[in-house]
Structure formats: C-alpha cells, structure tokens
Design a protein around this ligand. Structure first.
Ligand SMILES: Cc1cc2nc3c(=O)[nH]c(=O)nc-3n(C[C@H](O)[C@H](O)[C@H](O)COP(=O)(O)O)c2cc1C
Length: 234
C-alpha cells in the first residue's frame, strides 16, 4: 500500500510542534521498550543527504542506565575534563543575547538566582542523571562525516522528539554529556570512528514540575526571513 504523501491533519501537526517543549522532570513510570522502538521507527523516516541515515542510537533503561549514570557522575566528580562550550568565544552577539534570555527563563522556573552559581551547578549536574528520566539515549555519528550529516542528524532528533511528544512522552536533548565524551565512549565501547552527538532524556513528563512549564520564547519568522519577489507583479 502506498503511503499518502500529504499529511491529512495539519492542525494536529501544529499542536504537536507547538506543544513540544524540553522536559527536565519526569515521572518514574517506565517506558515500554516497544514504545521507544516505535518512536525510533518514526525518527528513521527523517530525510538525510542521499538517504545516508548517519544516526546511531544507544538506549538505556534499568541497570544499564544506572551504570552509565554512575560512570558519568564518577567522571564529573573527578573534575578533570574542561567544561564543554558549544559556541565560539566570543559567540555572535544575537546568540549570547538569546543564551542570556534562556538562562533568565530557565533559572527563574527553578527559583534559582542568576548569581547562585552553586545552585546552577547543582542543576547542571542533573543532566548527568538524565533528569531522573527512566530512559537515557546517546547518539553517535561516524567522525569522518561532515556538517551535512550532522544536519541530517538534527532532523532525526527533531522527528524523534516530536514523535515522543505525540506519544505523551517528554524529551530533553543534551549537549551537556559532551563534556564526558571520552568516558561515555569507553563505557559504550564506541568503535574508533564514532563520535558523540548528544544525549537525551526520555520519559513521561512530571506535569506539576515548574521547570516543565517554561515556554522558551522564539523570534518571529519575520525576524529571520527575507522575502523576495512576493509583492511584485508577475
Ligand atoms: C542540540 C541540543 C542540545 C541541548 N542541550 C541541552 C542540555 O545539555 N541541557 C538542557 O537542559 N537542555 C538542553 N537543550 C534544550 C534547550 O535548552 C531547549 O531546546 C531550548 O532552550 C528551547 O526550549 P524548548 O525546547 O523548550 O522549546 C538542548 C537542545 C538542543 C536542540
């Protein structure tokens, strides 16, 4: 049977896209393996350059998740890895302005003062416990691939997060794990050519948690779009 190429329910898709947000507090309820598998099958429908599908996924639950968390926390406690910064120094000014806005919204939702670096560090450490989500994911890519394939990976991750949200699940994509990439690569026995892209927390959202109420602002499409030729007569 051919799959219809036009989505029949644009409104529902809009609700899924607008309803997704990053979740950083979860209920302990486990996520059945077949539910995670179904979401990964949907994510696998993501487009990629020449259909190369550069994604590799490692999924952890139960004792395997705990062993990974313990290994990362041990590396964190050793404090021998430099903090990971995903942006150049100095970042472009619009990037740093948005990062500052993010920090204001994020820490306010946790009642953490901006200058309380101890509380901020404590919250950052929660990344390494997958924010207590019952499922943790790690994503890796072949190091020989370039930005085209990383772009493909981003599409995969977004499809995965939307699919999770459509199933009533919450996600937090996490670059924070990159600080401990070496430890994670050893723990996961990465092949020599695998590089960590990011991690992700997955589980049923704790809808009472204030940190999950944050609706991060976005610029309007008019802020980043240049329109050409639309208002000119044919
Ligand atoms: C690739 C990527 C990495 C991220 N890394 C982290 C992270 O390490 N820790 C975290 O709490 N949030 C992380 N986030 C979540 C962002 O902070 C979040 O997407 C952004 O603030 C917009 O909020 P929203 O997802 O709720 O719309 C990451 C998001 C992306 C796309």
């Amino acid at each position: 049977m051919k799959t219809p190429i036009s989505a029949p329910c644009a409104a529902t898709f809009g609700e899924v896209v607008r309803g997704r947000r990053t979740i950083r507090a979860f209920r302990p309820q486990p996520v059945p393996r077949e539910v995670v598998a179904g979401i990964l099958e949907l994510a696998a429908r993501s487009p990629s350059t020449f259909n190369t599908q550069p994604w590799r996924v490692h999924v952890f639950a139960g004792p395997a998740r705990q062993a990974l968390v313990d290994a990362i926390l041990e590396a964190h406690a050793a404090n021998t890895e430099a903090p990971f910064t995903p942006f150049p120094n100095p970042p472009p000014s619009d990037c740093s302005a948005r990062q500052a806005e993010f920090a204001r919204c994020y820490y306010a939702s946790l009642s953490i003062r901006q200058d309380d670096m101890v509380a901020r560090a404590r919250q950052t450490t929660r990344n390494y416990r997958f924010f207590d989500a019952p499922v943790g994911l790690m994503f890796s890519i072949d190091t020989r691939l370039t930005h085209n394939s990383w772009l493909d990976f981003g599409l995969f991750l977004q499809t995965l997060m939307l699919a999770a949200h459509a199933h009533g699940l919450g996600t937090c994509p996490q670059v924070a794990f990159l600080r401990y990439e070496r430890r994670i690569a050893t723990h996961l026995r990465f092949e020599a050519n695998q590089s960590l892209v990011c991690g992700m927390s997955l589980g049923y959202p704790d809808s009472d948690a204030s940190v999950n109420q944050v609706c991060m602002p976005r610029g309007a499409a008019s802020d980043f779009t240049t329109w050409l030729g639309f208002d000119e007569p044919l």
